[in-house]
Design a protein around this ligand. Structure first.
Ligand code: AMP
Ligand code: MG
Length: 479
């Protein structure tokens, strides 16, 4: 059964992309196929597992009706603008329309060189591919908008990244791969015709109720503000929030050096290349707003004929970001401590807890999960005191918090506060074993992360921070 591709992006003018030929890998081997996601997409996992399906997932063959293009984009990387980035190691195979009528890109990451590769080899290493697989699927299970992982294929080839590493290709699924940087690509060339076509394509695809380019901008601002609030509420650090890694759809995209923090500290940075802490946990709302200002700038020529009017409209739209962000963040924080009303007072109480957690270096996920038990019974207060170690501080806080809890608070809190997140030490152990071809730990972790809110007896170790704290833990782009 052929995949029913509809390649609307490839119908845009030629300067939006580069058409590619397959760049075959030596010995493709299917490492993992996401059967549940395949079903959601209306794809047949059995067919994808055949030699023909494997050749598609490895980028060795083009499925009938596919587009097979590398998308052009620009981007601000750590604040510096590069007018031409583009898919240097990815190919957009095409868009599938799912049984429920939504449109999803299928993209192969690590599929070989493209006209945008610059000095790179166009390939991806197994470790980062599996890392993106695990973390993006964990984010999806947490209910956070994200690209998904359909398949991981080993290439049978080695690549050089300071050392020899096995190669792999990830099949990524996204509402689209249109980025803030895609708009910047055309804005930098003052190609207003392309800008208008792209804006209309993105609007119709992601914000069909919105009107015109301004409606698109306002939609992206709201979606990104809500997305970053969701990240903060689970302790996620994207790690490389460049404008080319900021999706117009409002999905989390480009899992490179991303990580979840263990001990709560808003200054947490894991990325080995983020020396200034530009993309630290607590900086993410500010950076998202900065990225959206770059989007607004790119869209200026479409907002109004007169540039003063365009700037005023863009500024008005950007001014909506803090409200969207704080609204979503505040409501989420209140729900995390079991208080359904997102009032100033409830949010302040939650902030006090965060301040205690920061002071005592309490584990972010474990503290909120333990608080669910404390909402059920004061018997769990001892466990809270073991996490919040400043003498008397938790008791004083809990004495004000407990009387505010409505009936059923604990179970509502357990739907907000995950027990299981992709903790760095677990992810590292799973990837290390997988590079030795032992997929046991990867499978086990993947399974646990698929039900993050359901505590299962026997899975205790997955809920705990590392036994020994690892100061200076670093993540890498893996490119
Ligand atoms: P990233 O840091 O992964 O978001 O990538 C930034 C830019 O570098 C994008 O244009 C990528 O396509 C490109 N890139 C990353 N890795 C490679 C690679 N191995 N070969 C070619 N281009 C790459
Ligand atoms: Mg990127």
């Amino acid at each position: 059964m052929p995949i029913a591709f509809d390649t609307s992006y490839a119908r845009l003018p030629e300067r939006f992309f580069a058409a590619l030929e397959p760049n075959p890998v030596e010995a493709p081997r299917l490492l993992r196929l996401n059967h549940a996601l395949a079903a959601e997409l209306g794809l047949d996992p059995v067919e994808l597992s055949t030699p023909e399906g494997l050749a598609w997932l490895a980028g060795n063959a083009v499925p009938p009706g596919a587009a097979f293009i590398a998308q052009a984009y620009a981007g601000h990387q750590f604040g510096h603008f590069t007018p031409r980035l583009g898919d240097g190691r990815a190919v957009l195979v095409g868009e599938v329309v799912t049984p429920t009528g939504s449109r999803r890109d299928l993209q192969l990451k690590g599929s070989g060189r493209t006209p945008f590769s610059r000095g790179g080899d166009g390939r991806a290493a197994l470790g980062p591919v599996l890392r993106e697989f695990l973390v993006s699927e964990a984010m999806a299970a947490l209910g956070i908008p994200t690209t998904r992982a359909l398949a991981a294929v080993a290439t049978g080839e080695w690549l050089w990244r300071e050392t020899d590493l096995p190669g792999a290709v990830l099949t990524r699924v996204a509402a689209s791969h249109i980025r803030v940087g895609t708009f910047q690509f055309f804005a930098a060339q003052e190609d207003n015709e392309a800008l208008a076509l792209l804006a209309e394509h993105a609007r119709a695809r992601h914000y069909p109720e919105a009107e015109g380019p301004l409606g698109l901008l306002r939609g992206v601002i709201a979606a990104q503000a809500r997305l970053v609030a969701r990240w903060l509420l689970v302790g996620f650090i994207h790690g490389v929030m460049n404008t080319d890694n900021c999706a117009i759809s409002g999905e989390t995209i480009d899992y490179g050096p991303c990580a979840f923090m263990d001990a709560y500290n808003p200054a947490t940075v894991f990325s080995s290349i983020d020396h200034q802490g530009r993309y630290a946990y607590g900086q993410q709302p500010r950076i998202a707003q900065w990225n959206l200002a770059r989007l607004a700038e790119a869209l200026l020529p479409l907002l109004a004929e007169d540039s003063d009017t365009a700037v005023a409209l863009a500024q008005e739209a950007l001014a909506e970001f803090p409200e969207h962000f704080h609204g979503a963040y505040r409501a989420g924080l209140c729900r995390k401590i079991g208080l359904p009303e997102a009032s100033e007072a409830n949010a302040a109480l939650a902030q006090e807890l965060l301040a205690l957690m920061a002071q005592d270096k309490a584990d972010f996920t474990l503290t909120f999960r333990t608080l669910c038990a404390a909402a059920e019974s004061p018997e769990a207060d001892a466990a809270m005191r073991a996490l919040l170690t400043t003498p008397g501080a938790y008791n004083a806080w809990a004495a004000r918090w407990r009387p505010l809890l409505p009936a059923g608070a604990a179970s509502a809190m357990r739907r907000e506060n995950p027990a299981y997140i992709p903790r760095n030490h677990l992810v590292e152990a799973a990837l290390e074993a997988a590079t030795r071809d032992d997929f046991g730990p990867f499978e086990a972790l993947h399974l646990v992360l698929g039900q993050p809110f359901e505590e299962v007896p026997g899975q205790e170790e997955y809920a705990l921070p590392p036994a020994v704290e690892r100061p200076g833990y670093q993540t890498f782009c893996g490119t």
